[in-house]
Design a protein around this ligand. Structure first.
Ligand code: 13P
Length: 343
């Protein structure tokens, strides 16, 4: 397998493929399981992830890498095969979420700072030995009255810089994820507010990456798209989202960055796909532009699975369908007709 940072990053954003974000913390996956009445245990979480990683057609054709959570990278399938080996057998690269979560930022009401730098060098060395070749760190930037503060943006950007430098030292490609939230306690902001806040966030992040001596050729950016807040009264058309997202990225992301892999952030499955397609249709773009979706890849599969072994094949078909649609979108060739075809 490719081993330089540049090779790993290129593999992560390879043509027609994207990243499966399956790194929900135990708290987050438990919420998703609770919502559909599945008991969350180490075994049920393993069974669910095993179902995803054994979706052979989806994994081989449309998934370049999988982001795992600490529990999952250590788990084995029911037959004893390490889950990491299942992933590698499909040609996808195992990755790992290394932040320890977004915690309240002192003296900045409603804002968060992502933690996890202490001991990170040692944890990265262990994750590398467990097979991880890329990592993820997510900063959370909320929009509301007086938010985001300068402190929130600069503290989170600084942490991303320190995280990314430590990753590269360990031979691990950092996914740099500053997520400007589309939902949250207020979330009635319009699309231009998202544009302005994301611009401030990305400009600050790339300055901090420079100060931290991060090699841009060996990273992947995971940004939000430029969409209105989920409670905004003014909706945006898909083409407006695509145009504003591309304009912003061209203004903020150096061309040395090999790839951009979007988060879905609470968009519907179809919106996340259509937006990605329209963004790619505005190319040629100076970076590979693809998906690193969690909910927008998994939610149909999770609901179909429902915790029942007899539903595994149908759930895998649901994942295959979303993965294929997003792959078409990454190539700019998705259509509403393709969407309607049964998985
Ligand atoms: P969503 O696509 O569900 O936003 O998750 C992606 C992710 O990894 C968030 O950190």
């Amino acid at each position: 397998m490719a081993e330089t940072l540049e090779d790993i990053a290129a593999h992560m954003v390879a043509k027609d493929k994207g990243i499966l974000a399956a790194d929900e913390s135990t708290g987050t996956i438990t919420k998703r399981f609770d919502a559909i009445g599945i008991e969350s245990t180490a075994d049920s979480r393993r069974d669910y992830r095993e179902m995803l990683f054994r979706s052979d057609e989806a994994m081989r054709n449309y998934v370049s890498g999988v982001i795992l959570y600490d529990e999952t990278i250590r788990q084995s399938a029911a037959d004893g095969t390490p889950l990491v080996d299942l992933i590698k057998a499909t040609g996808a690269i195992p990755g790992i979420k290394v932040d320890t979560g977004a915690k309240p930022l002192a003296a900045q009401p409603g804002e968060k700072i992502t933690e996890g730098l202490d001991g990170l060098r040692e944890r990265l060395a262990e994750y590398h030995s467990l097979g991880a070749r890329f990592a993820k760190w997510r900063a959370v930037i909320d929009i509301g009255p007086g938010r985001p503060s300068h402190t929130c943006i600069s503290a989170n950007a600084h942490a991303l810089g320190r995280y990314a430098a430590l990753c590269q030292e360990a031979g691990i490609v950092p996914i740099v994820e500053p997520e400007v939230m589309m939902d949250g306690p207020d979330a009635d902001h319009d699309i231009d507010t998202t544009y302005d806040v994301t611009e401030r966030a990305l400009k600050t992040v790339f300055q901090e990456l420079y100060f931290a001596r991060v090699r841009l050729e060996g990273m992947v950016l995971k940004p939000n798209m430029i969409v209105p807040g989920s409670n905004s009264k003014v909706k945006a058309t898909p083409s407006e989202v695509a145009e504003k997202t591309v304009r912003l990225l061209k203004n903020c992301v150096p061309t040395a960055v090999p790839g951009i892999a979007f988060l879905s952030g609470g968009q519907s499955n179809e919106n996340a796909t259509e937006h990605l397609c329209l963004i790619n249709q505005l190319g040629p773009l100076p970076w590979a532009v693809t998906y690193s979706y969690g909910r927008a890849l998994q939610s149909a599969a999770l609901e179909t699975w429902g915790g029942k072994p007899e539903n595994v094949a149908a759930a895998q078909r649901a994942l295959l369908h979303r993965a294929r649609m997003n792959s078409l979108a990454a190539g700019g060739t998705w259509t509403a007709d393709a969407e309607k075809q049964a998985a």
